[in-house]
Design a protein around this ligand. Structure first.
Ligand code: LLP
Length: 426
């Protein structure tokens, strides 16, 4: 995060608070959210994309306090389940600034979204269009929808988080004609209000050209719809997926550069197709919350394995960060509780779970004198870590502490063994 410094005693401090004090007060592992950092990233997006609606993708990390922060910063919110919608509404997010995603929304979820009056529902299948049409008729309302288009872009990212190549579960295929058919169906039945098209090509993307290709393709469909039905759709959503730096090897584009390129391609494409420029929206999740948090762990066992490397075990692991095991993701780690003049040694930061793939940081140089009781910080854990956390091995999930101006505030409390046992009613 932006407000991390090394203090005079060599320990890290964030927003003026020593990590040693945070660990003493809240225990470890703990996710620490630098609130000013998160807010400044919201503002970076808003200034870089001045007339674009920025939807924060809540799947990256969601809790009531963060909903209030992004609401205060003027962002919209993208949710993709009844649970995320419930958190958003409980935090007071205005429903008209919520977008509802998902490839398999249940009737109960759709009903709740319609009754709450969410600003838009991104439809993902013909079955969903039918379900929503019936619901709208029954309720006597006209929900606003976008059609999610699978544009056939191969985003260069991990297979599991790429979403716009043809052979996968999301959206309506552009090449196969399903996307046009979905738009025509909605327009012809005229029960739902078709506001526009949506495309999301994947996540942790560095190469802006994927967004350009996808913008070009959805705008071509927009022109096709205009030619066939005489309707110009007023909105266009280009999704999220903007990459962040997890290690010093990563070099993501700044929001400003991305915004410039997207604006240029949309403007020139609209001119070529003689389309009015639609109201644009984007859905960044990771780029807003990812760098704003770090995880603080306590070091336990330190084991040298045959001189190959040293395994530094921490008091969490794949239950609080599954990304290394699942996507082969790269993170870094740093000794956080003190300075050390010891030689660097090749370390692997591992968790406490019962599998050898329980790795937090694959390769990192840590001082050779790392020992039990030290604190290690892993930066960049704001996105898809707490939100994908599990209770594997009955390890309670860690809390989230927001820090700002020398104040620490618990925003998600630590799970307890009582919480886990409370679910176990047999
Ligand atoms: N919009 C849509 C429709 C999405 O499906 C996603 C992410 C986003 C926006 C936000 O993408 P972001 O800006 O955060 O990259 N668990 C994976 C990431 C899965 C992303 C799923 N959809 C990970 O940990 O890398």
């Amino acid at each position: 995060p932006r407000n991390v410094r090394r203090g005079a005693d060599g320990s890290l401090a964030v927003a003026g608070l020593s990590v040693r004090d945070l660990a003493a007060q809240f225990g470890t592992p703990v996710y620490v959210l630098d609130e000013d950092d998160l807010r400044s990233r919201c503002r970076d997006f808003r200034t870089a994309f001045p007339d674009v609606d920025v939807y924060y993708a809540g799947k990256a990390f969601l809790c009531r306090a963060v909903v209030r922060m992004i609401d205060e910063e003027g962002l919209h919110l993208d949710v993709c389940s009844g649970g995320e919608l419930a958190v958003a509404l409980a935090a007071g997010m205005p429903a008209e600034r919520i977008g509802f995603h998902g490839n398999n929304k249940s009737l109960a979820e759709l009903t709740r979204a319609v009754d709450a009056g969410v600003g838009r529902i991104i439809v993902d299948s013909f079955a969903e269009i039918d379900r929503l049409t019936a619901l709208a008729r029954e309720r006597g309302v006209r929900p606003r929808v976008l059609v999610r288009v699978t544009v056939g872009v191969e985003a260069h990212t991990h297979e599991f988080i790429a979403t716009a190549h043809e052979d996968q579960k999301f959206g309506f295929s552009l090449a196969g004609g399903a996307a046009a058919a979905a738009a025509f169906k909605i327009l012809d039945e005229d029960v739902l209000e078709l506001r526009g098209l949506h495309s999301h090509i994947g996540s942790q993307i560095f190469d802006a050209s994927g967004f350009e290709v996808s913008a070009r393709r959805v705008l071509a469909l927009q022109a096709q719809i205009r030619d066939a039905r005489g309707v110009e759709l007023p909105e266009l959503d280009l999704g999220g997926g903007f990459g962040i730096a997890y290690t010093t090897q990563d070099d993501p584009a700044a929001p400003h550069d991305l915004a410039k390129r997207l604006r240029k391609i949309v403007d020139s494409e609209c001119e070529a197709e003689r389309l009015a420029v639609p109201q644009l929206s984007i859905e960044p999740g990771r780029a807003i919350v990812g760098p704003a948090m770090f995880t603080l762990y306590d070091v336990g066992t330190v084991k040298d394995v045959d001189g190959i490397r040293t395994y530094v075990s921490v008091d969490g692991g794949m239950s609080d960060n599954i990304r290394t095991a699942l996507y082969d993701a790269s993170y870094s780690a740093t000794l956080a509780s003190r300075a050390s003049a010891a030689e660097p040694m090749l370390a692997r930061v591992v968790g406490k779970h019962c599998e050898s793939g329980d790795i937090v940081v694959k390769d990192e140089f840590l001082p050779a004198d790392v020992q039990p009781g030290d604190l290690v910080a892993v930066p960049g854990t704001g996105a898809y870590c707490r939100s994908m956390a599990s209770n594997y091995n009955h390890v309670p999930r860690p809390p989230v502490v927001a820090v700002r101006d020398g104040q620490a505030r618990l925003i998600v409390r630590r799970e307890t063994e009582e919480d886990l046992l409370a679910l176990d009613v047999g």
